[in-house]
Design a protein around this ligand. Structure first.
Ligand code: SF4
Ligand code: SF4
Length: 154
């Protein structure tokens, strides 16, 4: 599936990704509402953009009491707004801290790839983000093991 790939070494913590994301989704330039977050370690000059990786096991979905977080046909993990009761269990469960919350809407939110045209990628001037097909490094080994067991290969 397509993912947002991060080139950490190119990130300058300019936060254009956060601003463009919040404006695109919430209509306001509020980085706190962004679905991508830049972890900053200014003294070390180390900046790490963090965004949903649409985990294979999706702990956020596993803890949601209303089954509001569901995997889509394209592999994306998506919050179904109408089902979300705003309990924030998913925020606690995400190991990367990238499930967010919209106070106005009262629902959780993660990266939705902006319907196929991620604005963070568009506006990342240093080129630290790319939206592209990603194949797991473990895929060949998994396929080999599945073949040996006579299981369907994905
Ligand atoms: S929000 Fe967090 S736990 Fe859920 S799929 Fe994304 S990275 Fe994984
Ligand atoms: S905040 Fe919404 S999506 Fe998250 S666990 Fe609660 S009901 Fe589910």
């Amino acid at each position: 599936m397509k993912q947002i790939v991060v080139y950490q070494e190119k990130c300058t913590a300019c936060r254009e990704c956060e601003v463009s994301c919040s404006f695109s989704h919430e209509g306001a330039f509020v980085p706190a509402l962004s679905r991508i977050k830049v972890a900053d370690f200014y003294e070390e000059q180390f900046y790490q953009p963090m965004v949903c990786v649409h985990c294979a096991d999706a702990p956020c979905a596993a803890v949601c009491p209303t089954v509001a977080i569901q995997r889509q046909a394209d592999g994306q993990i998506k919050v179904i707004d109408d089902r979300c009761i705003g309990c924030k269990m998913c925020l606690l469960a995400c190991p990367f801290g990238v499930m967010g919350f919209s106070p106005d809407k009262g629902v959780a939110h993660n990266c939705d790839f902006c319907d196929g045209d991620p604005q963070c990628v568009q506006f990342c001037t240093p080129g630290a983000l790319e939206f592209k097909d990603v194949v797991s490094a473990a895929a060949p080994a998994k396929q080999k093991a599945a073949a040996a067991l006579g299981l369907p290969q994905t």
